[in-house]
Design a protein around this ligand. Sequence first.
Ligand code: PLP
Length: 382
Amino acid sequence: MTGLYLDAAATSAVRREVLEAMWPYLTGDFGNPSSHHAVGESAARALAAARATVAEWLGCRASEVVFTSGGTEADNLAVKGIALGAPRGRHLVTTPIEHEAVLASVDYLVRVHGFEATFVPVGRDGLVSPADFAAALRPDTTLASVMLANNEVGTVQPVAELAASAHALGVPFHTDAVQAAGWLPLDVRALGVDALSVSGHKLGAPKGIGALFVRGRLPLEPVLHGGGQERGRRSGTENVAGAVALATAARLAMRDREANAAHATTARDAFTAAVLAQTPGAELTGHPSSRLPGTASFVFPGTNGETVLLELERRGIVSSSGSACAAGSEDASHVLLALGYDEDIARTAVRFSWSPDITEADLVAVAPAVADAVREVRGLAS
Ligand code: PLP
């Protein structure tokens, strides 16, 4: 594309190294890992190697990695699988700012399986208070699920602290790390989580591959039933090329994450300062510092976010009004409403998100176009 793509939180291009690594498993080495012949065994070896790499990335055992078709399936498997696999209890603790993959799974458990759910409120900065979280836990709580980083405003939660308080009551803890992947450390032992979801297409692997870490012997009821692949936890012929792709992206993340995060944080802060200085009335949403290096979201009162997007696109800048995962939805963002924004203001949101290869100069150069687009839309509105 021409222009500047600032919607990496929606998806990113497949990286060349990733495409080259997966290519053989789509062509010559196309076997089914369950087949007992050389072609199948070669695929099985590639799958095992990919699993070992993802395990190294997440700091877990290879047997604790379940490959899925993406973040949505990983979240579904974690929430439904752990809740339905638990021997007792029918209470869930989560937050109102989770991705729909978690929220809709919780809703399913409530509607179909009679669970109760407690949604721990978040502050204006999008943070969950550890005290409020602890207060929501009950002796019959089956699962707590709190995302590591939010996909709309980028707020990063104190997951290690939340997981520790869940464990004090023996409650398993899942985190959706789809947006955090590539930016934050994902060591599951350091985070203290029992389950963690990632998705390939946010970090340079293709859409349609993801993984769920599930700790040791935590009982997990499968969501997909069939041939018993993935140790019975996720049936379906394995996406070998996808797993190789995810592992390759994970290896690149292990190598480059720290440097990428440091440079993107500097770029993010320069961009944020420039937008706030040049666009009257603009407000950064989410936490000012506990946030992803690759995301900056704003509200621009007196505009309509969708119209600002169109004006930005006319200026060569592609961004988003929030979560592309709820594509087509005209509703105000459930995240901004949960942060306490009025519906009118929530509809003025624009999210900018980028890949690690962004430069500070490119990002800062966008700020005048943002100011101009907002001025134009306010002019149209008045
Ligand atoms: N969780 C979060 C926080 C996300 O941002 C997304 C996608 O945007 C998902 C889950 C779903 O991942 P996938 O698109 O791989 O299904």
